[in-house]
Design a protein around this ligand. Structure first.
Ligand code: FES
Length: 157
């Protein structure tokens, strides 16, 4: 997690967006892109530097799926729960992943190996149900292929 040494970076980010439209969201985007999540100490610094309540930052971060509050795992698995995927069995895929990994949506396994999340429509509904594994879009995924997917992720490290 970024520590106090990162303060100048955060200041630069805040300066960059300060007078622009949607400045808070843009600054948080930059933080999310940089760290893969929005660390709490960074949120505190942004609140102070932008003079916005910390609660407002958490409102934004929890409203948009894009932002994460926890560090992602070494393997990031996203199950699409958009309508097409939902109707084609995405909830079963999510349940299978939850039970095999022992985590809920939005959580990372204690060993940091896997981060599981759900997302809304990733834009390829014709391939439903879709799982995005470490940035790779997997199509027409079946619950029976989840074990192999987890295995493959382990092997690729
Ligand atoms: S609903 Fe899953 S890709 Fe569109």
């Amino acid at each position: 997690m970024p520590d106090a040494v990162m303060v100048p970076d955060i200041s630069r980010t805040v300066q960059k967006w300060r007078n622009k439209r949607g400045s808070l969201i843009m600054a948080l985007h930059e933080i999310q892109n940089r760290y893969g999540y929005v660390p709490r100490n960074v949120s505190l610094q942004i609140a102070q530097l932008m003079d916005v309540p910390l609660a407002r930052i958490y409102e934004v971060v929890t409203f948009y799926n894009y932002f994460k509050l926890e560090p992602p795992g070494r393997n990031n698995l996203s199950v699409c729960l958009g309508t097409a995927c939902y109707l084609k069995g995405a909830p079963e895929l999510l349940n299978e992943l939850k039970s095999r990994l022992g985590v809920s949506e939005g959580e990372t396994t204690p060993d940091g190996e896997f981060h599981l999340q759900s997302v809304r429509c990733v834009g390829c509904c014709g391939l439903a149900p879709v799982v995005v594994a470490n940035g790779e879009t997997l199509s027409k995924v079946q619950p029976s292929s989840i074990e192999g997917l987890i295995h493959r992720c382990h092997k690729e490290e």
